[in-house]
Design a protein around this ligand. Structure first.
Ligand SMILES: Nc1ncnc2c1ncn2[C@@H]1O[C@H](COP(=O)(O)OP(=O)(O)O)[C@@H](O)[C@H]1O
Ligand SMILES: [Mg+2]
Length: 512
């Protein structure tokens, strides 16, 4: 057996599966694709998360496109975060190209052009299915993390949520949240003080300023109804193909806070609503985050911790998360260490720092007698990548420089009329794009304040009348006004009960 034959059987053996899998392309030796030396990823390990990395223009986004298409064909729904807006072409077949045919000839897979079932979603006012969530759904802990508030301020936020729970005030949008914060130190001051202790204006002021920051990034569009049901990401079309849900985030690059807020809420919502998956042998949903450094760079420490723990937990729900970014170091160590699939496109060695990064990256790949990993990393062509996956037993597959297959769909965006047409036919657009502003905390508190003011006026009138009558009758009866001071024992009891229940809520949230 010569070296090439040995390599072929090494790859073939390492990529043979009992269950279902998708094929990325063929393994390469000495810079050439070896026909039919397929590199396969078992569906069974696709909930183990992954990374697609490499310099600009090396093929990361096309790899993402290839993965999404092949998962869809297997009936697995996909969610894509489209930061650059270059993925909508998934809905249309590739026009084909001589180069694509050559590529597929070398790989050994016949090229087929086809479009896929696509749904376009948006966080802002762009065209697409509107993604929204309510403040109540976020809960006090997540809201505090997103706002990046101090511990004292987080305590106040918990009190506010508790008050709204106790008084059945729905917290839907930022308008509600701001109103109740103002209420707690103005009209509702005494009520709050009696039940929960003093709330300082400087703390609520600080929280309000943080809310304004979120608002300026478009949070007022995001928070509210109708909140998005993550089950709608799991649709399968009439031909058994999984829907590819594309979230257009082209206008989000300068709004990192909104983006990470959304990501985290979606992950939390998926985590709390999806059932625990046994060993089903395939993922329920696969999510790709292009330009992932945008989430990590801007996230606070608290938010990062939250992301890290959700990444760990969400696997059991059958959800695979794939990060696409230029440099693996963009992704926190705690997340990197959990990744099963690594697809590394070419890296460029311009500076000493680059060369160091390449050496480090190479060390993170399994050893192989066929490659000098560091030099392969700099010599990979466009649409070629080093692939290391997990086999069905959860062990690493043989490291393979891989010529990736081409996307079956268009490697470009939809035209305006194609996009309009797609949205016109979308069931989800019909479901979610209606504006609703139902009665919530804002309206209810306003009503309460108005009522209190009316009562105050009545009370004043009544008292004036009393004084007049007293003067007339010259009676010397003293006022029987009840003291508003609470019995101290009752006060201690109330606050202890309250602290316990908030603590209970908090620990429940943290465990999630
Ligand atoms: N698998 C592939 N098959 C065919 N062409 C590819 C493939 N990957 C990359 N290319 C070519 O390389 C270009 C850049 O790829 P892209 O995925 O946009 O790079 P990146 O996301 O890393 O910046 C594409 O426009 C396409 O022409
Ligand atoms: Mg890209």
């Amino acid at each position: 057996m010569n070296r090439q034959e040995a390599f072929f059987s090494h790859i073939e053996e390492g990529n043979t599966n009992k269950g279902e899998y998708i094929t990325l392309g063929s393994a390469m030796l000495d810079g050439k694709a070896i026909k039919n030396a397929f590199v396969n990823i078992p569906l069974k390990t696709m909930n183990r998360h992954g990374l697609i990395a490499g310099a600009t223009g090396t093929g990361k986004t096309k790899t993402l496109q290839v993965l999404a298409e092949n998962l869809s064909e297997k009936g697995i729904p996909v969610l894509l975060m489209d930061i650059k807006g270059d993925l909508s072409g998934l809905a249309q077949p590739s026009p084909g190209h001589e180069k694509i045919n050559e590529r597929h000839e070398q790989i050994g897979i016949p090229f087929e052009a086809k479009g896929f079932p696509v749904e376009i979603l948006t966080l802002s006012a762009q065209n697409g299915v509107r993604l929204r969530a309510t403040i109540s759904e976020f809960g006090p802990v997540l809201i505090s993390r997103i706002l990046d508030v101090t511990e004292t301020q987080a305590g106040i936020i918990s009190v506010i949520f508790k008050y709204c729970d106790d008084n059945k005030l729905p917290l839907l949008d930022l308008k509600d949240f701001k109103k109740i914060l103002q209420y707690a130190t103005n009209e509702g001051k005494e009520e709050f003080e009696e039940a929960y202790g003093r709330i300082s204006t400087s703390s609520t002021g600080a929280i309000l300023r943080k809310i304004v920051e979120i608002e300026q990034q478009g949070g007022d569009i995001f928070f509210g109804e109708k909140s998005f049901d993550p089950q709608d990401l799991l649709r399968i079309d009439e031909n058994g193909r999984g829907y590819i849900n594309i979230i257009r985030l082209t206008d989000i690059q300068d709004k990192p806070k909104l983006f990470s807020t959304f990501m985290l809420s979606l992950l939390a919502e998926i985590y709390s609503t999806f059932p625990e998956q046994g060993d089903s042998g395939r993922p329920e949903l696969v999510m790709f985050i292009d330009e992932a450094h945008l989430i990590f760079n801007e996230a606070s420490k608290a938010l990062l911790n939250q992301i890290e723990s959700i990444v760990k937990l969400i696997r059991s729900k059958g959800v695979g998360l794939y990060f696409v970014t230029q440099n693996p170091t963009d992704v926190p160590e705690a997340v990197l260490s959990q990744l099963g699939l690594k697809i590394q496109h070419a890296l460029r060695a311009f500076t000493a720092k680059d060369r160091k990064a390449i050496k480090l990256t190479a060390q993170n790949y399994p050893d192989t007698e066929y490659y000098d990993t560091a030099s392969v990393l700099t010599s990979l062509g466009t649409g070629e990548a080093l692939v290391s996956a997990l086999n069905e037993k959860g062990r690493p597959t043989p490291l393979a420089a891989t010529m990736m297959r081409a996307p079956m769909s268009r490697m470009d965006i939809l035209t305006d009329s194609e996009l309009d047409n797609l949205l016109d036919n979308s069931k989800l657009v019909k479901k979610y794009n209606e504006e609703v502003d139902r009665e919530s905390a804002y309206e209810m508190l306003n009503e309460k304040i108005e009522q209190a003011e009316a009562e105050e006026l009545k009370e004043k009138a009544r008292k004036e009348k009393e004084v007049m009558e007293k003067a007339v009758s010259k009676s010397r009866t003293s006022s029987t006004r009840k003291s508003s001071a609470m019995n101290p024992i009752v006060k201690v009891l109330t606050s202890a009960t309250f602290i316990r229940s908030v603590f209970g809520i908090l620990t429940k949230m943290m465990k999630k």
